[in-house]
Design a protein around this ligand. Structure first.
Ligand code: ZN
Ligand code: ZN
Length: 426
């Protein structure tokens, strides 16, 4: 029995008044997921646990069956690894965003208008790597832009190991018990990086990050790319916000050996790819997201069908509903969910044999439109296939999932063992 495990980024939501109390998933036309729901079992799931509004990396680690409190070491190292940078224990790795800095440390836009092209970002990254030198401590760095406004930074000390126990300069996220979580009341001010433990190594690491942020700001602010953006009425990408520092890679158990299966991953963002690679999954090559979700879904469906024979289990991470969730755009979020239903699920359902395949669909976290941020709201989950004893519920949504036989799964780590038992038992 094979497993197709689909994680739809930020799909979960809360009832929305303007949609007559429906969530975007409930409002969207999703005949294919509804069909799967009608033959499967439904439930809700806290992807990390009650009270934790997780970032994607924390949530993905959890729903792949690794306790994030035990294994999580900061998103920075995962992103760095997933985007191909070298990372050794003692190197300091951080997740970054190009953003727009105004006077008095005010962050005008955390994502520089969210229209920075990879070409622009590459030019800016090149200038930063060439012109910035860290002098507060003997260290080198490598900054790499990944997709759009996103990037990663690795600082390598020439003397003693660096520490990941430092705060974020990005005001939108904080660190709770070492995990990156979205802040609820955000003051959009560039924060100082401060040591989170009383150690020489944390003080040095924080000082290096602050030095990097201000020196790169000087380089970026006057850069030609930003002069052109300003002339076009766009926001400057003149500061690099840092978050989720870490100084080591997680030592995951190998998912294939642990469960006795062959796992493959279809994901396009560095962090999910990094996690999957560290877990021992085979990464299936995918082009970067094109901005056209329909096209991206068709490619994923095609890649899945063409590699179905080679592997037992597939972890497929689809982006789309999370961004409109952050913008509070519930219509667009519903539309993205409908596109995924139509072009991903619609392309595979008549080509896979549900006698031999279990399909699980869930989200890594909720991104409720009215909060415009991740929350701990439990996400819908379904486990479907011809051999699954159906709950007889005909729709896939938060409300319907509440009545399902899976109940409320209190921790995301509980899902993978359930899935593995399911594919082995039937
Ligand atoms: Zn996510
Ligand atoms: Zn998000």
């Amino acid at each position: 029995m094979k497993l197709i495990y689909v994680v739809i980024d930020g799909m979960g939501d809360l009832p929305i008044e303007e949609l007559s109390g429906k969530t975007p998933l409930e409002y969207a036309e999703t005949p294919n997921m509804d069909f799967l729901a009608s033959i499967g079992r439904l439930g809700l799931m806290y992807t990390v646990g009650r009270g934790i509004a997780p970032e994607s990396d924390v949530a993905v680690i959890s729903i792949l069956g690794y306790d994030p409190y035990k294994y999580h070491v900061g998103r920075g190292p995962l992103e760095a690894y997933g985007s191909g940078l070298n990372m050794r224990d003692g190197d300091l790795a951080l997740r970054c965003n190009f953003a727009t800095l105004g006077p008095s440390r005010l962050i005008i836009d955390r994502r520089a208008g969210r229209n920075l092209t990879t070409e622009e970002a590459s030019k800016l990254a090149e200038a930063v790597n060439k012109l910035v030198r860290l002098e507060s401590y003997p260290a080198d760095f490598e900054f790499k832009n990944t997709i759009g406004h996103r990037g990663v930074l690795v600082i390598r000390s020439k003397a003693a190991p660096l520490s990941g126990k430092i705060s974020n300069t990005d005001p939108a996220y904080e660190r709770v018990a070492g995990l990156g979580v979205a802040k609820m009341d955000v003051r959009m001010i560039l924060e100082d990086c401060i040591p989170l433990e009383d150690s020489e190594s944390a003080r040095i690491s924080a000082a290096l990050v602050n030095e990097f942020v201000w020196k790169s700001h000087e380089v970026l602010d006057g850069h030609e790319v930003n002069r052109l953006r300003e002339a076009e009425g766009k926001l400057k990408a003149n500061v690099i916000l840092t978050r989720d520092a870490g100084n080591t890679l997680p030592k995951f158990f190998n998912i294939n050996e642990w469960y006795g299966v062959r796992f493959a991953c279809l994901a396009d963002m560095p962090v999910e790819r990094g996690i999957a690679r560290l877990a021992g999954m085979r990464l299936i090559e995918l082009p970067p997201p094109s901005g056209d979700l329909k096209h991206d879904c068709l490619i994923r469906a095609e890649k899945l069908l063409s590699t179905l024979e080679e592997f037992d289990c597939f972890y497929i991470h689809i982006k789309g509903p999370d961004e409109p969730g952050h913008d509070g755009d519930f219509m667009l979020k519903a539309e993205k969910i409908a596109i995924i239903d139509r072009y991903f699920f619609g392309s595979i359902l008549d080509k896979i044999n549900l006698e031999d395949v279990v399909v699980c669909v869930t989200a890594d976290h909720s991104t409720p439109c009215k909060l415009k941020a991740h929350s701990d709201t439990p996400v819908p989950v379904m486990i479907s296939g011809d051999k699954i004893k159906s709950d007889g519920i005909k729709r896939f949504s938060e409300r319907y999932c509440q009545r399902g036989s899976l109940g409320t799964i209190e921790r995301g780590t509980m899902l993978m063992p359930i899935l593995m038992e399911t594919i082995k038992a039937i």
